[in-house]
Every structure is written in structure tokens, then in C-alpha cells.
Design a protein around this ligand. Sequence first.
Ligand code: ADP
Ligand code: MG
Length: 251
Amino acid sequence: MSDAIVRVEALRKCYGDLEVLRSVDLQVEAGEVICIIGPSGSGKSTLLRTINHLEVPTAGEIHVNGMFINDTSLKGKAFDKHLCEVRTNLGMVFQHFHLFPHMSILQNVIEGPVQVLKQNKAEAEEKAMQLLTSVGLADKRDAYPDMLSGGQKQRVAIVRALAMNPSVMLFDEPTSALDPELVGEVLSVMEGLAKEGMTMLIVTHEMEFARKVADRVIFMDGGFIVEQGTPDQVFGNPQHQRTQQFLASIH
Ligand code: ADP
Ligand code: MG
């Protein structure tokens, strides 16, 4: 019995006739930082979204902390409750932040802990302020998302996910929508999380970051994991022609 935080087995995802994930197996161990790289359309976002059940798998199984997320034996409200419970283990950060625009920064961060985890407001606010302070945004507690830069918004989105105490953080190109000068402040928050031992699955085009921070790099193409290994192996000595071509194309 593996103690993997995330276990993906023979995962397939089709949109109509289009097979986007062909047979993906993946285990994410506690404390592991995995960067997923690959060309546009290779299925990276679909993999993350399927892990979180934002997309329903066509076949295969996903287990999070030993819980079978796409347990089809559960129906209706029983499944919704199960899904909600499993999802509290998964923190998700998207390319376009997805903050609640009508809520202040502090409200954004405490919404999940209060509504889903049933924490009392004072307790949730205290934790939220600790987290906002840790990313340098304590003074933005009463601001609204519109008033923040992209880099600030993404740091809030990370804090909002962390406030749920997830077992693993899923990042889908968290810096791709940012102006270049704002990328570093978000990557440095992520690097800090990695150093603290957070388990992370990160889709990224930031190869320098992946080389420095990842324990394992996964190269996806055409709905498959084509190749994986340490950053030195994948970047320094890629085995597959498609990996070599992809790495050459981005330099
Ligand atoms: P990546 O994140 O690697 O760029 P995606 O997972 O977003 O790739 O997409 C993989 C493939 O699936 C692409 O061909 C994309 O057009 C297709 N796709 C993604 N989402 C949908 C959807 N909701 N409906 C139909 N096709 C989709
Ligand atoms: Mg994508």
C-alpha cells in the first residue's frame, strides 16, 4: 500500500472523439515537488483539472490521500459530499487567479475555511493574516482584487488555497498571465513553499524554476507522460526525441 498523496492510475480523458489523456499513471509522494512541462495542447491542464474532478475522467482512477475521488458507486448528494471532502485536500491555483471580485482580499482568503471547514471567523482571520503576512500582503487585507497587480493577485490566490490546509497544491501555469517583472515574486513564494516541504504539482513553462525547485520533472506530449526524471536527467540528458525537440524549441 503506497502512501502517495496523489495516485493516478490508467487515467483517460476524452472530449468526444478527441483523446486528450491516453493512459496516465502518476504518483505524487509526500513532500515531492513535480513540475510538468510540455507543448500546448498536450493535456497538462486536463490532467490537473481531472485530479481535482473539475473534469470527469473517461476511465481510470484518482486517489487523494487514499480517498478514491471518482468513486462512481456514490450517487447524487452522497457523491457531492464525498467530492467536497476530497477536494479540501487539494489546493488549486489557476493561470487567471479566479479570485472572488466582489470580496475583499481577507474575505477571499477566509471564505473556504469558514464556509467549508466551518472554522470560526476570528480563527480563520488570524490564520489568513499570518498567511498574507508571509507573502507580504498584510496591508492589502481590505483591498479588492481589482486594485491589485497580477503578481499580488496570484499571491492572494496561493494564500487562499493554503488557508484550506491542503495536502497538495496544484498549480496550472501560475505565472503565464503575468507581466515579466511580476513573475519572480510569485515563483519565490512557490519556492518558499517547496522549501517548507509542501507537496506540489506544478504545470509551468518556467524551466529555470523547474530546474532549481523540482524533485521530478515530467514531460507530457499528446496525452502521454513521455519522459520523467530529475531536472538534471530531463533537461541535461533527455532520452526521447520529442523531449529534445521541445526543449530545443523553447531556447
Ligand atoms: P495543455 O494544458 O497541455 O495546453 P489542455 O489539457 O488544455 O492542454 O488541452 C489538451 C487538449 O484538449 C487540447 O487539444 C484542447 O483543445 C482539448 N480540450 C481541453 N479542454 C477541452 C474541452 N473542455 N472541450 C474540448 N476539448 C478540450
Ligand atoms: Mg494548459
